[in-house]
Design a protein around this ligand. Structure first.
Ligand code: ATP
Ligand code: MG
Length: 654
């Protein structure tokens, strides 16, 4: 490695070279197995999206203009009208598929409920009538603070049916977070539950909702699902039981015709980078891209697939790929309430086997956890139904990718590593499983109709090497703004590089044109003038057989500017020797170069993570530099940081 100062946004050090072409038998049955979609989109991007919009969706009124683009404001499918719940439900029933299962739902205690498309339509229509009776009209915001129970997608679709934008607040969030989001959206109705099951116990929601409601003034009614029988306090006149209101609601509720650009929902970003922002998603463009990406990235065959996205609906992944994409495509899905280790560490694999899941979508953090638990948990089950495996949420370390490929996919299932964001609404960079030769750790290439480009500090395109990941053309499911804060929308996403959407992520492009997302640019560290990606050093650590998970941050150093500090979780079956820290430092030096060698390796039992499972490096930086901790409100388990502080002060394992 040269010592020259680098002007690049990020330097690429990793050298992963393993390649995985689509298996021949997979390719033979795939929806696409050639470059035709890419070629079509390259020839005429707008015509390509217009075809998808008309093929994948049912419109009340056809659109007359595909795209109106006045940077940074896009309108897609202008003049068109449609209803999202009609696309997700009515048209499948009308086509004779009413008896097909929409959701196989399973509660954590093992109770199950099955909804066919016809049953789901009835429930959605009834709840839409309930909302109307509570005074909810088109344009009113409805807040949903719920566990992973069927009433959550039912409530979302009921909102969509009457044109009331929903704002789903993840059930693990505190009353403060809920109050902020209710107030920002000025929501009129709150839907919640007494509790939901987590780790074998009811985890209550209604008491937190009551605390939040003391700080809000816009909510007129609260609807409460009785999930766990915990007998919460109910405020007379304001709070209503879901089952009481549903008892006499009619199943007849015509869907509103919505403009293609009407607001479908608000979703607040998880807040690992500051104050939550109400990301706005609209109707026609959003549904088009979500349906397109779900269908082609998972190679969906609605007649035979059983699809399972194991995310929480509280995140955008659940909105787009548990609710709107799968239902628009008329597929059968599995939905699960609880944690993956109840009653045992094999809960998910047991469910894959029982439901015959064919397409499975999860996050790298979950995969690393499964690795830590060991393959014996998986090997007890027959997973031969699986055909495509997906990941989203963070860069996936190549070793975790290989483990997913070998242990879960039995080397038979293409892996689709999908890069996208709350703001992008749908997948942006991902393989097509019948077309793309994959490599562990890269989301590969922009999807058809999407234009991604890396640029350097000055905004000049980077053809090879590290850079900032930008999007150069508007896309159908792009955010339309930040609720109530137009200027913040422009400043946050459109100001860093002229004419480009800047996603906040650093990436590299390799000589073969593969895009490797290397994480947030805030996480990049500067070591002797080299801008190093924490992700690559973490992946080097995870490639050592003793390591289950690793987080790397840059600490201030008087000579080098910054220096890497590593926090490492060792695998369950590894015996920790005194020299393990030194062994791991040498391993990093060997894998990617001496400059990346951590100064200290701290062995820890857990890492601080957001509630969506992402490592909070910001907190680890504070620990590394002995600062007071910043905001920890989105941290999943606050005790973890204290434990790490204690270990770090003990000198780690230098
Ligand atoms: P916030 O924006 O509130 O701080 P967040 O960025 O974690 O939180 P999301 O919108 O859920 O919220 O996550 C998008 C981010 O997740 C991306 O910007 C990227 O950093 C990361 N990411 C998602 N998928 C991938 C992937 N396949 N590979 C690499 N990184 C990914
Ligand atoms: Mg983000």
């Amino acid at each position: 490695m040269s010592d020259s100062q680098s002007g690049a946004a990020i330097e690429a050090l990793g050298g992963e070279t393993r390649t995985f072409p689509p298996p021949a038998d997979f390719q033979a049955q795939a929806l696409v197995s050639d470059r035709s979609l890419y070629e079509e989109a390259d020839a005429d991007r707008e015509a390509f999206w217009a075809r998808q919009a008309r093929e994948l969706l049912t419109w009340r009124t056809d659109f007359d203009t595909v795209l109106e683009w006045e940077l940074p404001h896009a309108k897609w499918f202008v003049g068109g009208s449609l209803n999202v719940s009609e696309n997700c439900l009515d048209r499948h029933v009308q086509a004779g598929n009413g008896d097909k299962v929409a959701y196989h739902w399973e509660g954590e205690p093992g109770d199950t409920r099955t909804f066919t498309y016809a049953e789901l339509l009835d429930e959605v229509s009834r709840f839409a009538n309930v909302l109307k009776d509570l005074g909810v009209a088109k344009g009113d915001r409805v807040c949903l603070y719920m566990p992973m129970i069927p009433e959550l997608p039912i409530a979302m679709l009921a909102c969509a049916r009457i044109g009331a934008p929903h704002s789903v607040v993840f059930g693990g969030f505190s009353s403060n977070a809920l109050a902020d989001r209710i107030n920002d959206a000025e929501a009129k109705v709150l839907i919640t539950a007494d509790a939901g099951y987590r780790r074998g116990e009811p985890s209550t929601l209604k008491p937190a909702a009551d605390v939040a409601l003391a700080d809000t003034s816009s909510i007129e009614h609260v609807v409460v699902v009785d999930r766990c029988g915990t007998d919460p306090e109910m405020t007379e006149g304001r709070d209503h039981w879901w089952h009481d209101l549903m008892a006499d609601a009619s199943t007849d509720c015509p869907a509103e015709a919505m403009d293609s650009e009407d607001l479908l929902y608000l979703l607040y970003t998880s807040g690992t980078t500051g104050m939550p922002k109400g990301i706005m998603h609209t109707t026609g463009g959003y549904l088009t891209q979500v349906a397109f990406t779900h269908k082609y990235v998972f190679d969906i065959h609605p007649d035979t697939d059983v699809y399972w996205c194991a995310a929480d609906i509280g995140w955008v992944t659940g909105h787009s790929y548990i609710v709107y994409g799968p239902l628009t495509n008329g597929v059968t899905s599995v939905m699960y309430e609880g944690v993956p280790n109840h009653p045992g560490n094999d809960r998910l694999w047991d469910m894959v086997e029982r439901y015959g899941v064919t397409k499975f979508y999860t996050a790298p953090t979950a995969i690393r956890t499964f690795m830590k638990w060991g393959r014996q948990e998986v090997d007890r089950h027959d997973l031969s139904s699986l055909r495509v495996l997906g990941t989203v949420g963070e860069p996936i370390n190549p070793e975790a990718w290989i483990w997913y490929h070998e242990v879960i996919g039995a080397e038979r299932c293409p892996i689709v590593d999908t890069w996208w964001q709350t703001e992008t609404g749908g997948m942006m960079i991902a393989p097509l499983p019948g077309v793309t030769t994959t490599r562990p750790g890269t989301a590969t290439h922009a999807l058809p109709g999407i234009s991604a480009e890396l640029v350097d500090d000055e905004g000049n395109p980077v053809a090879e090497g590290g850079g900032y990941l930008t999007i150069t053309e508007p896309w159908p499911s792009m955010l339309r703004g930040i609720w109530g804060d137009e200027q913040r929308y422009v400043d946050t996403y459109w100001s860093r590089f002229e004419g480009r959407y800047f996603a906040g992520d650093g990436a590299k492009i390799d000589p073969d044109g593969y895009l490797w997302v290397l994480g947030r640019v805030d996480d990049v560290m500067n070591v002797s003038g080299h801008r190093l990606s924490t992700t690559e050093i973490e992946s080097a650590l995870v490639s050592h057989p003793s390591v289950a998970e690793a987080a790397v941050v840059g600490a201030t150093d008087p000579t080098t500017g910054q220096i890497p500090i590593a926090y490492v979780i060792v695998r369950g079956d590894v015996e920790v020797t005194d020299d393990l820290g030194e062994v791991l430092r040498q391993h990093v030096a060997q894998e990617i170069g001496p400059i990346a060698k951590p100064r200290t390796v701290v062995l820890v039992p857990e890492l601080p993570k957001t509630r969506s499972g992402k490592i909070m490096r910001r907190l680890l930086r504070d620990v590394a530099e002995g600062r007071d901790l910043g905001d920890t409100t989105t941290l999943a388990d606050a005790g973890v940081v204290d434990e790490i502080k204690t270990r770090a002060q003990g000198g780690g394992d230098e």
